[in-house]
Design a protein around this ligand. Structure first.
Ligand code: NI
Length: 182
């Protein structure tokens, strides 16, 4: 689907915490959703690259559907990945710690512990079945994005204390920004 992904898309607004859509359990993409997904993928890539970010899941743009985009090296040769109905088929017992952020929690970062390697099965933008084994940054990124499809945010992997600290700080910063913009 190179042609489609090369299309320059218009960017979309990114929903921020505490928007309830970010907490929704998304439903699988079905045949009736093909047009919606095809229309949104180029715009999701455009939104992700502009942000800039390395991943963006459908609920972050207000769609309660199981699809996402990712590119863990956006500043080098682009390597866009679109995943429809992704599933984690296997996880390593070995864990890895990595600092994560999220476009829906701008300016907030924390170290998150996750399985170091995952095997992900998904449909690509053409509807072809695919499977990849991800390690390092891509592994963390895909786990983070697939979490979004179940309404899970990276802060949910932290202690309640750390999570509440981040959510309070985010709310305060967004309030200040709104006041400044007024
Ligand atoms: Ni995120």
């Amino acid at each position: 689907m190179r042609g489609m992904l090369d299309t320059v898309g218009e960017t979309l607004p990114i929903l921020l915490v505490p928007d309830p859509t970010l907490r929704a359990k998304c439903r699988p993409v079905g045949p009736q959703d093909t047009d919606t997904v095809r229309a949104l993928l180029p715009r999701m890539f455009a939104t992700m690259y502009q942000a800039p970010g390395i991943g963006l899941a459908a609920p972050q743009i207000g769609q309660k559907l199981r699809f996402l985009v990712a590119d863990v090296q956006p500043n080098e040769a682009r390597h866009p990945i679109a995943m429809i109905n992704p599933e984690i088929a296997a996880r390593s017992a070995e864990l890895a710690v990595r600092e994560e952020g999220c476009l829906s929690l701008p300016g907030q970062y924390a170290e998150v512990t996750r399985p170091a390697r995952v095997k992900v099965r998904y449909l690509d933008a053409t509807g072809a079945r695919r499977e990849i084994e991800a390690v390092g940054l891509l592994s963390a990124c895909l786990q983070h994005e697939i979490d979004h499809l179940d309404g899970v945010l990276f802060v949910d992997h932290l202690s309640a204390l750390k999570r509440n600290m981040i959510l309070r700080r985010l709310a305060k910063e967004l309030r200040q920004k709104r006041d400044e913009d007024r």
